[in-house]
Design a protein around this ligand. Structure first.
Ligand SMILES: [Zn+2]
Ligand SMILES: [Zn+2]
Length: 255
């Protein structure tokens, strides 16, 4: 793996290892550009969630640690600092204002919730059980609106809303998502962390549609522990999916 923009840290409370270990494992395994993109904090009106997102008052320390590692390892690797952010329509501007002073290099869109709060609407809880088509419709609408802001480098795990909906809805909604991403030139991520954990994503059913639409696809480690950079078999599985489905894989850094 030559580049990866999807890397978490201890600051979110559920990723393992020191940031330095991510950097060193990445270097040892040939990564030339490493973007940290830990989960951006839930700021008011959202309730803080321990172990799920960074604390709002940790963001400066997070950025400082990334920038200091970037300097220290600048001869070996290019290190960028970003966040993975949800799109909540009614306070996206507040989120941006909160992040602005940090002078981040990029944001990736990781839509784990639908609606305007982080309470009942966690897609992790519904993705394998819900057969309510409205959830997928809402997820797709929200992800599209997020992409349309122009604030995001790419869409992380685009298929994380799962596949427990009607066939017609899956086909229609995921195709709508892919078509809009293509129109906006926003890459869709093939997520290694999901592949490694046998999650419902990345799913061939989704990526078959992405292949038909002709989306640009980017591999993202979604690293929650440093070892993932050394796990060649996970990357090989992703490349097999790319090959089998005829996906347009991004092979050079986009930042
Ligand atoms: Zn996470
Ligand atoms: Zn992530």
């Amino acid at each position: 793996m030559l580049f990866n923009y999807h890397t978490h840290t201890k600051y979110c409370g559920h990723a393992k290892g020191e940031m330095r270990e991510y950097v060193e494992t990445a270097i040892e395994n040939g990564v030339k550009t490493l973007g940290f993109s830990d989960h951006s904090p839930f700021i008011p009106p959202l309730r803080r969630k321990l172990g799920v997102r960074m604390a709002a008052n940790d963001v400066e320390a997070y950025v400082a640690e990334v920038r200091s590692l970037a300097k220290e390892y600048s001869n070996e690797i290019r290190i960028l600092c970003g966040v993975e952010l949800e799109y909540f329509p009614s306070f996206h501007e507040e989120q941006k204002a909160f992040l602005k002073p940090l002078q981040l290099d990029y944001c990736i869109l990781g839509q784990h919730y639908v609606g305007e709060n982080n309470d009942e609407s966690n897609l992790f809880h519904v993705q394998n059980q819900s057969s309510d088509d409205r959830i997928l419709e809402q997820y797709v609408a929200q992800a599209i609106q997020g992409m349309q802001t122009g604030d995001f480098l790419y869409l992380a795990h685009p298929d994380m809303a799962g596949f427990a909906y009607s066939d017609a809805c899956i086909e229609r909604e995921y195709r709508r998502l892919c078509t809009e991403a293509k129109r906006l030139h926003i890459p869709l991520e093939l997520n290694l962390w999901g592949l490694r954990g046998n999650r419902c994503y990345p799913n061939p059913r989704f990526f078959r549609i992405a292949a038909e639409v002709g989306n640009d696809v980017i591999i993202g480690a979604d690293a929650h522990s440093p070892e993932i950079f050394a796990e060649r078999e996970t990357e090989a599985k992703a490349l097999e999916m790319v090959e089998k489905l005829g996906l347009r894989l991004i092979k050079t850094p986009i930042l």
